[in-house]
Design a binder for this molecule. Structure first.
Ligand SMILES: Cc1cc2nc3c(=O)[nH]c(=O)nc-3n(C[C@H](O)[C@H](O)[C@H](O)COP(=O)(O)OP(=O)(O)OC[C@H]3O[C@@H](n4cnc5c(N)ncnc54)[C@H](O)[C@@H]3O)c2cc1C
Length: 640
């Protein structure tokens, strides 16, 4: 693959259509120099026939598609989805032809990303890490467009693995070809984070068939003209069934009901509102009412009552990682825009010559404070992308090991598979919450680097910010993710196997420090931050052991942030170590040497400027157990 630095998709920087910037060299570094995808995953079942050149070709084709997606980036925002007077949902006109292309040329790749996928034997099979990096291009080019049918492969996987034969026969053929799409319907006006408040109900009609009644809100791509039918996975409660708040069931509700002859008939699903919102305006976020104008029929998933949370767990994990992927994709482009702008914009003299009126005016990239912002953006984008790569690498390894065990009959150690699974699961809440918080910071910093220009609408930055903010809110708010990390993934620190696995991985990295004397101070900082993180988890465990859960709830988000910072520093240091090695080889081209030196700079910046705050947060958790938990809500003052 030829190295191409900082490619602009869709035109030059001076045209309003130039939206999405992407660094192909970065992707090659991840694939071939860090994760050694060729050594571990290509040429091995199930990717036996897949070669490096097939991967290169895939990226080149994806780049062309992303160019067309990027050309509709502004149009999607300026021609927003809305409910028309005739009751139909309008979506940006530019999305209609794009959908045809996407469905025809790329839907198969999204399907390969699912663990139990429909594999078309005529297609080359790619590992998850490759799929993740390709889909990053699409999400970065046009996140609003990518929301359409985004949930379809996961819904198909759920129905394939959990559905009854009738349900598979009814829905899978059309979902697998993307003739129909799917959405997830959990949220209701009174049930957001608290799904136990869900009040949608279902009364049994016969066998696995139910009549569903209720209202769901904000549903992404809930109604649109792109597909012939939409299948809703609806969370609800069975009338006369188990009354426990946890007793939630999942119903497969099509917008149009397919009758015995295959005709699609109205299923009484109304769209009563399309939200007017901050960003992702090309995507229709809908309020849906079931069962008001007639009977809305739906099948109980797997004909299993009260099993929704278990049935949908894998799908929710995937949605969280998908959220992080949008964050990295968009914030990466925001960083690259800032870099390009800072190189061109000339303003002021160097700090130490500010009083010299004859001092040359310099590009802002030479000012230390702009370098600070650019380095922070660079480090966060690279470190968080690597976190996603770790997850998809573990998933790729699971896919490979399971395939070899089940299909080739090889003797594979179960523990090996389980360890990959534990780590991928441990990282999932960070992929959602840490990345969405940090990518928001990156985008706001990108606006700052651009000065006034960043605030204007002929650059993509302000739209990036508006599009990205939702990532900290949907798929479980970031607090809910941090609670999941501390309580469910780490069991409040009680003998967490996942934490031991994680510690082992970082220790392996630390054990190689002598090979990289140029990074000695950074390895030392990582080692002490890891120790602080472990000691904080022990503190949390002590609070838990004496039943002081409320104290812990004050610290969950901060703990997740600390954890994310340690993971990011570890990632950057691994990358810097590879770069340090590469820099020792003579005859590096200038561009290559710059690239590798940049890796050392990212790691150094993050370790010395961001990572030290892990220790201060650890200190707060150790000593300030009553920092604010005792405030009476009235004491905030000001009431309306
Ligand atoms: C653009 C968009 C797309 C969406 N797409 C979908 C979709 O496709 N399907 C779907 O089902 N839903 C969807 N949603 C809904 C989304 O998942 C919810 O908005 C989200 O789960 C948060 O719920 P809420 O908005 O009611 O916030 P709330 O639950 O009211 O939370 C408000 C604040 O209180 C905090 N909070 C809440 N409970 C607790 C607690 N127990 N402890 C501490 N803090 C708490 C939250 O962290 C948050 O900061 C979408 C929303 C938007 C805006």
């Amino acid at each position: 693959v030829n190295a191409v630095h900082h490619e602009a998709l869709a035109g030059s920087l001076d045209e309003p259509s130039s939206v999405y910037l992407w660094d192909r060299r970065e992707i090659e570094f991840l694939l071939w120099e860090l994760f050694h995808v060729d050594r571990h995953l290509l040429g091995t079942a199930p990717c036996l026939q897949t070669t490096r050149s097939a991967v290169a070709d895939l990226f080149s084709r994806a780049q062309e598609h992303a160019t067309r997606l990027a050309a509709a980036f502004y149009k999607g925002d300026r021609d927003p989805a809305r409910l028309q007077e005739d009751g139909n949902v309008h979506i940006p006109a530019a999305f209609l032809p794009l959908w045809e292309e996407h469905k025809r040329d790329w839907f198969w790749l999204r399907q390969q990303g699912d663990p139990i996928e429909v594999h078309d034997e005529s297609r080359v099979r790619f590992p998850q890490i490759v799929i993740q990096l390709v889909t990053e291009l699409f999400a970065g080019a046009n996140a609003a467009f990518m929301c359409y049918a985004g949930f379809t492969p996961s819904a198909a996987t759920v129905i394939r693995s959990r559905g009854t034969e009738l349900q598979k026969k009814t829905f899978l053929p059309s979902l697998d070809t993307a003739e129909w799409d799917a959405c997830f319907c959990a949220t209701e006006p009174e049930a957001g984070s608290d799904l136990m408040a869900i009040s949608t109900t279902a009364s049994q009609l016969s066998g696995e068939l139910y009549a569903v009644t209720g209202e769901k809100c904000y549903i992404t791509a809930g109604m649109h003209p792109l597909t012939g039918n939409t299948v809703y996975l609806v969370l609800g409660r069975i009338v006369g069934g188990n009354t426990s708040p946890l007793a939630m069931s999942c119903f497969i509700v099509p917008r149009f009901w397919p009758d015995d002859s295959g005709r699609l008939i109205d299923n009484a699903v109304e769209c009563t509102q399309v939200e007017d919102k901050m960003g992702l305006n090309g995507c229709a976020n809908t309020r849906l009412v079931f069962g008001r104008t007639g009977v809305t029929r739906g099948y109980l998933l797997g004909n299993k009552p009260n099993a929704a949370l278990l049935q949908l767990a894998m799908m929710m994990k995937k949605a969280r990682i998908g959220t992080g992927a949008i964050g990295v994709a968009v914030s990466s482009s925001a960083y690259l825009h800032s870099l390009a702008y800072a190189r061109k914009r000339v303003q002021g003299a160097a700090f130490d010559r500010a009083s010299d009126l004859r001092a040359p005016r310099i590009p802002i990239i030479q000012h230390c404070d702009v370098q600070r912002m650019l380095l922070e953006m660079k480090a966060k984008v690279e470190g968080t992308r690597m976190l996603l790569c770790r997850i998809s690498f573990h998933s790729s390894m699971i896919q490979q090991l399971v395939y070899r065990k089940q299909k080739l009959g090889e003797n594979i150690d179960r523990e090996q598979i389980e360890k990959h699974g534990r780590l991928a699961l441990l990282y999932a809440p960070m992929a959602k919450a840490y990345i969405s918080d940090e990518c928001w910071n990156v985008v706001t910093q990108a606006i700052q680097v651009h000065g006034a220009v960043g605030y204007f609408r002929d650059r993509p930055l302000e739209q990036y910010a508006r599009d990205l903010k939702i990532l900290t809110i949907w798929e479980g708010t970031n607090y809910i993710q941090s609670q999941d990390l501390v309580r469910d993934k780490l069991g409040f620190g009680r003998q967490s196997l996942a934490m031991k696995d994680f510690e082992g991985e970082v220790q392996t990295c630390l054990s190689r420090r002598n090979e990289y004397p140029e990074l000695t101070p950074e390895y030392a900082v990582l080692e002490s931050a890891l120790a602080e993180l472990i000691s904080t988890l022990e503190t949390i465990q002590r609070y838990a052991s004496v039943g002081r859960q409320l104290v812990i709830s004050q610290f969950c988000t901060r703990f997740l942030g600390m954890f994310g910072d340690v993971v990011t520093a570890w990632n950057l240091l691994e990358a810097a170590s590879v770069a340090a090695c590469a820099l020792r080889t003579s005859q590096l081209e200038d561009k290559e040497a710059e690239f590798y030196r940049g890796k050392l700079a990212s790691a150094r910046f993050f370790c010395h400027n961001i990572l030290p705050s892990v220790a201060s947060r650890a200190q707060v958790i150790r000593t300030a157990e009553h920092s604010f938990v005792h405030i009476d809500p009235a004491d905030f003052g000001f009431s309306t």
